[in-house]
Ligand binder design. Structure first.
Ligand code: 1YM
Length: 645
């Protein structure tokens, strides 16, 4: 990192702030919540830069009481206040009122959050209803206030200030942002991540909205971050592992290298079956990965494979894939690049090809050396990898079993209890997964056999949350379902091979029925989510009541539906209400009319509205962690009570 000293002349001036207010999206991506928070990240980045340059040791972010204004403070040198020759204005005013002003846009520094190259301060000012910059420097305190980017009054000076540093208070402009509401949790998380990535930097967050204070300070940097990831069970983000991960070795592999692109890495193998790497570029989370993650993956695979081969550690008959090597691998990767290119809809995927090569060629030799120097650790990791390879072989064999085709016909070996439809095209056909044998019988008799297939569920459906594919396929009900669908499961899923157009879950309208439906949905969501994304999964809506009023018959799917019908027919004739105990006691003809017949039935299509929230809810409700489930239920106890009444 260069630390060239500032002098007022090094500031280049290009233009005023009008363009920013005209086209805020060009500078901060948009005026929604992400754009609003971008303002905080810009000012915070300037403070972090001052720390990275070695001048600041602590940063404080305060979210003010209404949640509409923020102050960022650092204890660095303080922004320059001397007179800028070219404009005859103070450097402070220039920094906040001129676009592309600053010694920073000549690649002297790494670009940070939005790649604004140091124009951040002026952009934030342009988009703020009010902004005050305060500087302590050389025994004085300086301060200047702006409204919508324009100075109000002069730079003020007070003598007798102690220490040094910069502070920026800003209130975003409601003329620009339709909704001004900062997210305390998001800012808190960003502060915490910064304290991990810049080890030793103290980052405080003062949340005046919720009256809470946080102080993050991690001498151990990414190692501490990784430790936290391992112990964390279901977290707030969808990509957080659903279950805690038990490490297979004590001390993680760490690497810090700074030649060109700076790389910081902490890596640890665990007993978990997923691979989980959190990555950052210039302190910005890269949720969609990119070339730095690719470089890490290839580097790790090569190093481990080389180590295994050199020491001849593979048992006979076992072959390891790159996936086996990375199974259970948890890590945090942070890189700082001078010219990062971001890609993708949310611009959170790194796209510089040279960074893949750089990370690969940095990680590979370092990891291989570490493995050689820590033989017992290395052997524990290799044992973990052999286990992964064996489990993969076993589950592949189990899966081959359920999707096996008969040698003679080349057709699938369909489960015996499936009553298939006669039509062969998937598009117009439907598979009903029906709870219980007797309901299955009614459905089989009542259906349109050309287009509707029935798969009755006899035994218990396994809760698949946190279960291995092998366990899942050992469950007869689920194995039969996979076979009937024909599209494979997990990594070998292929929507093109799906044998039906619609998959319809048909369970009783009671709590047992809802439970079975939930178990089936959990299975589909975890093992064949593409089915849901493609809109192919539905819930049938069988009636719970039959209401006869005079000669008319109505069907109600639940109590409110029944009450609505009673209200609408009020006074016409004495209503007669029948409650079905289950689908099984419904006549086939009635089942056809109410639930199966495409012309008269109602279906609910299952959609994944918010993938992150869905993932979290499933992990909390269906996972092994009973305390998460308890919390989920208690948080919603009031809602639940209302529903019960
Ligand atoms: C609360 C936000 O902006 N701190 C901050 C900013 C600057 C400096 C120190 C600074 C930089 C340099 C020299 C230099 C900035 N300087 C500039 C400009 N905290 C916050 N702390 N002296 C002080 O880079 O050479 C822009 S920001 F324009 F002078 F380079």
């Amino acid at each position: 990192m260069t630390t060239a000293t500032y002098n007022a002349d090094s500031i280049q001036v290009l233009e005023g702030l009008e363009p920013v207010r005209k086209r805020p999206g060009m500078y901060i991506g948009g005026v929604g919540s992400a754009g609003l928070h971008h303002l905080v990240w810009e000012i915070l980045d300037n403070a972090v830069d001052e720390a990275m340059n070695g001048y600041a040791t602590s940063i404080e972010v305060a979210l003010h009481a209404e949640g509409t204004a923020v102050t960022v403070t650092d204890n660095g040198r303080g922004m320059p206040t001397d007179v800028h020759k070219q404009t005859k204005k103070s450097a402070l005013e220039v920094i906040f009122t001129m676009l592309h002003a600053g010694g920073k846009f000549d690649h002297k520094n790494y670009t940070t959050s939005g790649g604004l190259h140091g124009v951040g301060a002026s952009v934030v000012n342009a988009l703020s209803k009010e902004l005050t910059a305060t500087v302590r420097r050389d025994g004085s305190q300086w301060s200047m206030t702006f409204k919508r980017g324009k100075p109000v009054g002069k730079l003020s000076k007070t003598n007798g200030a102690r220490g040094s540093g910069s502070s920026v208070y800003f209130h975003p402009d409601p003329d620009i942002f339709p909704k001004i509401e900062f997210d305390a949790a998001l800012i808190r998380e960003r502060c915490e991540v910064i304290s991990y990535i810049h080890k030793g930097l103290k980052v405080m967050f003062v949340d005046e909205v919720n009256k809470e204070r946080y102080s993050f300070d991690h001498e151990d940097g990414l190692t501490a971050f990784l430790k936290k990831l391992l112990t964390q069970h279901a977290g707030t983000s969808g990509s957080t592992p659903a279950s805690g991960a038990k490490p297979v070795h004590e001390v993680p592999f760490t690497l810090t290298k700074e030649n060109g692109t700076k790389i910081d890495l902490a890596l640890q193998w665990t007993e978990a079956t997923d691979e989980y790497v959190k990555s950052y570029v210039n302190g910005i989370p890269t949720g969609s990965g990119g070339t730095h993650e690719t470089g890490l993956r290839t580097g790790v695979a090569k190093a481990v494979r080389n180590f295994i081969e050199t020491h001849n550690l593979m048992p006979k008959g076992v072959t390891v894939s790159a996936d086996d090597i990375r199974e259970g691998m948890y890590g945090v990767l942070s890189v700082f690049a001078t010219d990062p290119q971001f890609q993708g809809q949310t611009k959170d995927r790194l796209n510089n090809p040279e960074i893949a090569t750089h990370v690969d060629s940095t990680v590979r030799p370092a990891l291989e050396q570490w493995l050689n120097q820590n033989r017992s650790v290395a052997e524990a990791i290799v044992a973990r990898i052999i286990l992964a390879a064996r489990a993969r072989e076993a589950s592949r064999a189990a899966q081959a079993e359920v999707t096996r085709k008969t040698a003679t016909t080349g057709r699938l070996n369909l489960p015996g209890k499936l009553s298939d439809c006669t039509a062969h095209d998937a598009a117009g056909s439907e598979l009903f997964i029906v709870e219980g044998d007797s309901a299955g019988g009614s459905a089989k008799q009542g259906r349109d056999r050309t287009r509707q297939a029935i798969l009755p569920l006899r035994g218990k459906v396994l809760n698949t949350e946190g279960a291995s594919l092998q366990k899942v396929l050992e469950n007869k009900e689920l194995a039969d379902l996979v076979t009937a669908l024909g599209c494979g499961v997990g990594k070998s899923f292929d929507l093109g091979r799906l044998r039906y157009g619609k998959i319809i879950i048909l369970t009783d309208a009671d709590s047992d029925g809802h439970h079975i439906a939930t178990l089936l949905l959990t299975f589909i969501y975890r093992y064949m989510p593409e089915l849901m994304r493609a809109g192919r999964v539905y819930l049938a809506q069988p009636p719970l009541y039959r209401v006869d009023i005079g000669k008319e018959t109505y069907w109600a799917k639940d109590d409110p539906d029944r009450d609505r019908i009673l209200k609408e027919c009020n006074g016409r004739a004495k209503p007669e209400i029948t409650r079905f105990k289950g689908l099984g006691e419904m006549m086939p003809k009635v089942l056809w009319e109410t639930t199966l017949n495409p012309k008269t039935r109602r279906l609910l299509r299952v959609e994944i509205a918010d993938p992150l929230a869905t993932d979290r809810v499933i992990a909390e409700l269906m996972g092994k962690d009973a305390s998460a489930r308890f919390k989920f239920i208690m948080d919603r106890a009031e809602e639940a009570q209302e529903l019960d009444l």
